[in-house]
Design a protein around this ligand. Structure first.
Ligand SMILES: [Zn+2]
Length: 753
């Protein structure tokens, strides 16, 4: 109650501060008349989300461990369905049975030069009652690791990323036949065992170094929020850059009777055993390493000297899993559209966790629920979305985006035809707004964030985002301050690749997608551990849940605008401008790869490495590089220019399109819904046919990280220059098709009547 009043009182000054007048300007995508009515509904909607309810949702959903297949997860699913029904939605559970291994046996021991057995246990905290529920906690493990029983010398590989292997090569250190120990960070966790295996390692240990989220950052639990020595980061090592979801059913829903691969055929399952541990267990292993001392960037926060190895430390690693099927229970709630029910807006956040998951994912899920309740409340007062809303709670995100992927694959045909927007959130916290996704939605996102008040500063969340760009280059800080942001009326959204439930919608189905959330202020070292509990949130997180209602307002208003706009609020000029930037980037990439190869090869030829390296260290020169040839990007320039032209024509015709009669508008919006499917490649990307989006994709050697114009960019980066030119032809055609499609819509509907 208290919060609603605060929000109400601050709406007007904050909007003025953001350069917006509260009622005169029509909302993007609306004519003036509908805009006024819509603003009234939005104002009403924004008063409904209640922090206390968000907090109660969190306490309920995160009360017990609720990983995939657990009893409490099933109870949560049923509870969610009951809530949605209570709020006036149609709701049901959709079940998929998927491969989900759980550990049966985990052994990690140092066998020489001394003996030490890793505990791999997260001791309960006296202060936190949730951490005592050991019987239902999943132990620390990396799901989709291979089983194995190996004994081998240990090698420290820093983050275990491609650049780290270059350093190892310079030092003449091979990991072939070894077990590597990598620290978390630097890139996606699954890349560590994948690269280790590619370099011949037989096992992989991943540990959380105190420099990254332990005592080097702040006090550890229970005194402070950072990771204690026993804290383990669980997580999936399924290779979701190839395809997410059930490893046994790529491209199709895991429904009864679906054709399943054999486990040995599943490309996404890791080829070597991999196990995560805390720094308490890692320290004795690392201390037993000898060999050269590592470079400064490789040193973590443990009170010891870090060596590469190999040996004399020798490690025994044994993993045995139960490779069974487990149910994944998606909760699907629908509110049917009044005028264009065949245009769908899908909104989702996962609700499965590694353990209690009060932060990841329940902080986001609790807010999403409050958003759904508020929309239900609004519907009771007479509001109806013109288009159909599908609100979801995804199960199985943690092991590999399984619930969202299987649901999307099971509904492939309908989604391809009807889905116009997917909006994702995941964990949510105090701080700054952040958004990533399809750039035709950039303008919509900006129009919404200018109308949402930041509860800590009472300016719009847009204004606060702008301030962060101006002062520290972005919400995470550490970036280059961007003075452009001062004159910009549209702040950029980021590109996204994978790492949460938008992947199937964006990467495979080409559905315009967004991933949004707040954060950047509260520190925590509990990620994917048994210490991510409601007690922790109350102690160190957003215990007043100030940002829960703000996320509900933001996503809710965004969905309302999209659901009710006269013409679907895509702005293709933002897309064209962003593509121009990617075009510049790939051109620059060719140049920088050429420069790098030229310098490196000259240095090798002139024996400069041999002359500068300390001869006592016996370093190898780095390998020589092959420079890419010059690439003719003129057809990409032309394709983007044609898209920009089409986008400008579309925007000029938008107001007229908004005046079309309801039948015509319905026809237009139905066609607009599928516009982004033009940006899919039928054959998918090279060596990963599931990933079809030609503009955004997760990087093969970046994991969650996005690669834009991925076919071209990755081929260049990985030295496949013929493939780069082949991929260029494919993406040029897709962008050209998109432009033609938009021009055709303008020709058909743009005259107005
Ligand atoms: Zn999550």
């Amino acid at each position: 109650m208290r919060r609603e009043i605060i929000v109400f009182l601050t709406v007007v000054p904050a909007m003025l501060a953001a350069g917006q007048s509260p009622s005169s300007a029509p909302i993007f995508g609306f004519g003036p008349e509908t805009s006024k009515a819509e603003q009234t509904w939005e104002a009403r909607f924004k008063t409904i989300p209640d922090a206390k309810r968000v907090h109660a949702n969190m306490q309920h959903l995160a009360a017990h461990p609720h990983n995939v297949g657990s009893d409490y997860q099933r109870q949560n699913a049923e509870w969610l369905v009951a809530r949605y029904k209570e709020w006036g939605w149609d709701a049901h559970i959709e079940r998929f049975d998927v491969l989900y291994p759980t550990p049966k046996e985990r052994v990690l021991e140092l066998v020489s030069p001394s003996h030490f057995v890793a505990k791999m246990d997260e001791p309960p905290l006296a202060e936190d009652p949730y951490t005592h529920e050991k019987s239902t906690q999943l132990p620390g493990y990396n799901v989709y690791s291979a089983d194995g029983d190996v004994t081998a010398p240990l090698v420290y590989v820093n983050n275990g990323m491609p650049a780290d292997y270059e350093v190892l090569q310079r030092h003449n250190i091979s990991v072939s036949g070894a077990i590597v120990i990598a620290r978390y960070g630097g890139g996606w966790r699954g890349l560590k065992p994948k690269l280790a295996a590619e370099h011949g390692a037989v096992g992989c240990i991943i540990y959380s170094d105190p420099a990254d989220d332990g005592y080097a950052q702040a006090e550890v639990l229970p005194k402070g929020p950072m990771r204690p020595p026993g804290g383990i980061q669980r997580g999936s090592v399924s290779d979701t850059t190839l395809y997410p979801g059930d490893p046994l059913t790529p491209g199709i829903g895991s429904v009864p009777g679906a054709k399943r691969l054999k486990i040995s055929e599943a490309e996404t399952i890791m080829k070597i055993p991999v196990l995560p541990i805390g720094y308490g267990d890692a320290e004795p292993l690392l201390k037993a390493l000898a060999g050269p001392v590592v470079p400064a960037e490789w040193r973590g926060g443990l009170p010891m000297t870090y060596h590469f190895g190999p040996g004399p430390a020798k490690v025994h690693l044994k993993l045995v899993s139960a490779w069974g099927q487990k149910p994944v229970l998606d909760v699907i709630a629908t509110m049917k559209g009044s005028e264009e029910p065949d245009v769908w807006i899908v909104r989702g956040n996962h609700y499965d966790a590694w353990v209690n998951g009060a932060d990841d994912p329940i902080s986001g899920q609790s807010a999403l629920l409050e958003e759904a309740r508020a929309l239900g409340e609004l519907a009771k007062q007479g509001w109806r979305p013109k288009r159909t809303l599908i609100y979801t709670a995804w199960d199985g995100e943690e092991p590999g985006l399984i619930g969202s992927t299987e649901w999307a694959e099971a509904h492939a045909e309908e989604l391809s035809k009807h889905a116009a927007l997917y909006v994702n959130s995941d964990e949510n916290g105090r701080g700054f707004f952040g958004a990533g996704g399809s750039h035709e939605l950039e303008e919509l996102v900006n129009s919404v964030t200018k109308d949402i008040v930041d509860p800590e500063t009472n300016v719009s969340v847009w204004k606060r985002q702008q301030a962060a760009l101006l002062v520290r280059g972005g919400r995470r800080g550490g970036g280059t301050p961007s003075q452009d942001a001062l004159s910009q009326t549209t702040l950029p959204i980021e590109a996204i690749g994978s790492g949460s439930d938008f992947a199937a919608f964006l990467d495979h189905f080409g559905i315009a997608s967004l991933s949004i959330g707040y954060g950047g202020e509260d520190r925590s070292g509990t990620y994917h551990s048994a210490y991510d509990t409601p007690w922790f949130t109350d102690q160190f997180g957003d215990k007043e849940e100030v940002y829960g209602p703000v996320l509900a307002q933001t996503a809710g208003v965004l969905v309302m605008r999209f659901a009710s706009a006269d013409v679907l609020p895509y702005d293709f000029t933002s897309m064209a401008h962003t593509l121009k930037q990617y075009d510049r980037e790939v051109k620059e990439l060719v140049k920088s790869l050429q420069r790098e190869a030229e310098t490196r090869n000259r240095n090798i030829e002139m024996r400069l490495y041999a002359i500068t390296d300390d001869p006592k260290q016996g370093l190898q020169p780095p390998p020589s590089l092959v420079a890419p040839p010059d690439v003719d990007f003129s057809s990409l320039d032309e394709a983007i220019a044609s898209l920009e032209k089409a986008a400008t024509h579309f925007n000029a015709a938008r107001a007229g399109m908004g005046m079309l009669n309801a039948e015509k508008r319905k026809e237009l919006n139905a066609e607009l819904t599928t516009v982004d499917r033009k940006l899919l490649g039928d054959a998918g990307l090279p060596r990963r046919t599931w990933v079809k989006n030609l503009i955004y994709a997760p990087g093969t050697y970046a994991g969650y990280g996005v690669k834009t114009l991925p076919g071209v960019r990755e081929a260049l980066e990985q030295g496949r220059f013929t493939e780069a030119t082949e991929q260029l032809v494919i993406v040029n055609k897709a962008i050209g098709d998109e432009a033609n499609y938009i021009e055709a819509l303008v020709a058909k509907f743009g005259a107005g009547q």
